[in-house]
Design a protein around this ligand. Structure first.
Ligand code: UDP
Ligand code: MG
Length: 152
């Protein structure tokens, strides 16, 4: 059994409004990642401030909070081998104009403030963000039947 990681991923309000949630979740599913938690929610300004605490002093912070609280998001926890870095690569660069075309941001985005998706940037961030959005009872432990066709 390979060493499994969990990461926090979110389809941002632009992704939900543009009805790309299924495409974005599907990209991770097709790669072979397992969904262990999933929900639609509206982020409060308080939760937004905690989630993006590292950016509190940046000039874009207030705009980011306004945007992330502007509509529902799809929050999820994905599990897989080395999935924290893998999800970041699949998302592409923060600025969609600089993101490779085959990435989620490179495929669907144009502006940095409308980049569709969030993914934890390190194991420490993943642990912190998963705990911020999900209770333990919301994370399901189950076997994915196709596991042996994804991992050797
Ligand atoms: N952001 C923005 N303007 C900027 C930089 C960042 O609106 O100039 C937003 C953007 O939504 C980004 C988020 O702030 O995804 C968090 O920024 P970070 O640098 O952590 O990028 P990420 O980890 O999401 O790639
Ligand atoms: Mg970040």
């Amino acid at each position: 059994m390979p060493q499994m990681e969990r990461t926090f991923v979110m389809v941002k309000p632009d992704g939900v409004q543009r009805q790309l949630a299924g495409k974005i979740i599907g990209a991770f599913e097709r790669r072979g990642l397992k969904i262990v938690g999933l929900k639609l929610l509206r982020i409060t300004p308080e939760l937004a401030g905690r989630h993006y605490a590292e950016h509190r002093d940046k000039p874009f912070f207030q705009g980011l909070v306004d945007f992330i609280t502007s509509g529902p998001v799809v929050a999820m926890v994905l599990e897989g081998k080395d999935c924290i870095a893998m999800v970041r690569e699949m998302m592409g660069a923060t600025d969609p104009q600089k993101a490779a075309p085959a990435t989620i941001r490179g495929r669907y985005g144009i502006d940095i403030g409308r980049n569709l998706v969030h993914g934890s940037d390190s194991p420490a961030s993943a642990g912190r963000e998963i705990a911020l959005f999900f209770g333990n009872e919301e994370l399901l432990d189950y076997d994915l039947g196709i596991h042996k066709w994804i991992y050797e």
